[in-house]
Design a protein around this ligand. Structure first.
Ligand code: FDA
Length: 396
């Protein structure tokens, strides 16, 4: 009811993954919880996640799967609430699931089951959920937070900000978490698009002629680890899981390095067939060697743009080096509208790692994607949403 003013113990902003989980945990502890969401529907990103099947966690989750200015920050929350804990919840609701490659767990049927499960958990905790809570504004005075929005005026001694990052505005993403952090004197690490396709231009724009080609490669950004997964050439640049992973570490002006033959290790060489004594050394032999490990269109393209400057051993070794450490110079990313997540966010230096409470503002908590903790691709971002939500839900 517009015009209503009511008092709660806890107000949670944002009915996404983290907000729903946190509200449920706090409610089930007997706290009177209000959950405010500006969309007309809760958990919209959960619904579209994992191709509609929600990759809800990853059983190989460790702190090394997260990017943050402080790589230690996520450790406590991740240790407190682990993938097996979320899996127990999923099984209690008899949601059928399966494991894909690399420890990724998905629903067999629909991501909708995860949203329904979280809503049922909120109901168990008697959480009041208000949708269409547009225009949220927060003020604090005498240890209370006052939240005014389109559906009313509310107060509580604890406020949890779970409004996520900037990725995909049309799904309801806003910068509210960053605005509130700044309003209360917390620092914000510059948000940037992550798990996002990279754009190629100039001389490298020619690669987009291979649109649709994919290959098993390793990709590495200057400041990140190597990821061995698929690379996909798009009509604007590079995508596929290996590139998305590397994109989270990429910064403008930096290059990304691709090994086009990650399966060839040790003493072996991709151009071995040409290097052997008495071997045929010409363009056809080069194409054949590349074709042995790469799809034809990619092999042909690499033979064209990476042709050795001659057929001597030294020229072939140099060509081998280029193919194993191919440097792309992305012109940018496809931005927040195509980014699966937002890296950066509320600086963890201002938060308590066990509770997610702002050190300088008692009662104010930040959880989920809005915080400067970003997971790799593969269910890690939801695991962070659940873990940070439980940490706060137990503390509010
Ligand atoms: P989330 O974005 O889920 O929720 C924030 C909520 O706050 C939203 O409901 C939003 O509408 C609301 N809100 C925002 N601004 C507001 C305002 N001003 N006022 C009121 N409400 C406001 N991760 C993973 O682990 N496995 C996967 O399979 C996928 N798949 C995937 C696919 C796609 C297409 C995307 C875009 C993302 C993923 N992710 C993922 C990432 C994952 O969805 C994401 O990290 C979590 O949803 C983050 O949870 P949060 O609760 O922090 O934010």
């Amino acid at each position: 009811m517009p015009g209503e003013t009511r008092k709660f113990d806890v107000i949670v902003l944002g009915a996404g993954a983290a907000g729903l989980m946190c509200a449920a945990v706090a409610g089930q502890r007997g706290r009177r919880v209000l959950l405010l969401e500006h969309n007309a529907q809760p958990g919209r990103k959960i619904l579209i996640s994992g191709g509609g099947r929600c990759n809800f966690t990853n059983i190989h989750c460790t702190p090394a799967n997260f990017i943050s200015d402080n790589p230690h920050f996520a450790k406590s929350a991740l240790a407190l609430y682990q993938p097996r804990h979320f899996l127990e919840l999923v099984e209690r609701y008899e949601i059928k699931w399966h494991k894909k490659t690399r420890g990724q767990l998905f629903c067999d049927y629909s991501a909708r089951q995860i949203v329904d499960m979280l809503l049922a958990e909120c109901e168990r905790g008697k959480v009041e959920i208000r949708m269409n809570a547009r225009g949220i504004a927060v003020e604090a005075s005498s240890g209370e937070f006052r939240v005014a929005c389109a559906v009313g005026d509310f107060t509580a001694s604890a406020l949890v900000v779970a409004t996520g990052g900037l990725s995909i505005q049309k799904m309801g993403a806003t910068g509210l978490a960053y605005d509130l952090a700044r309003q209360f004197g917390l620092k914000v690490i510059q948000p940037r698009a992550a798990l996002v396709p990279l754009l190629l231009s100039g001389a490298e724009g020619g690669w987009t002629g291979l649109t649709g080609v994919s290959a098993d490669v390793t990709v590495q950004s200057a400041r990140g680890p190597q990821f061995r997964e698929k690379l996909l050439v798009t009509h604007r640049g590079l995508s596929g899981p290996a590139v998305l992973q590397a994109s989270s570490y990429w910064r403008p002006g930096e290059s990304v390095r691709v090994d086009f033959a990650p399966g060839i290790n040790g003493q072996s060489k991709l151009l071995e067939p040409l290097l052997a004594q008495g071997a045929r050394r010409d363009d056809a032999a080069l194409r054949q060697a590349l074709r042995a490990v790469l799809p034809q269109r990619l092999a042909w393209h690499l033979a064209d743009v990476g042709t050795p400057t001659g057929w001597s051993n030294a020229a072939l070794e140099a060509a081998e080096g280029r193919l194993r450490r191919w440097e792309f110079h992305p012109a940018g990313t496809e931005g927040f509208e195509k980014a699966e997540v937002t890296a950066g966010g509320v600086d963890t230096g201002g938060l308590n790692s066990k509770t997610m409470e702002a050190r300088a503002v008692p009662g104010l908590f930040f959880i989920g994607e809005g915080v400067d903790v970003t997971g790799h691709l593969g269910g890690f971002n939801f695991q962070w949403a659940w873990a940070s939500a439980v940490a706060a839900g137990k503390a509010v």
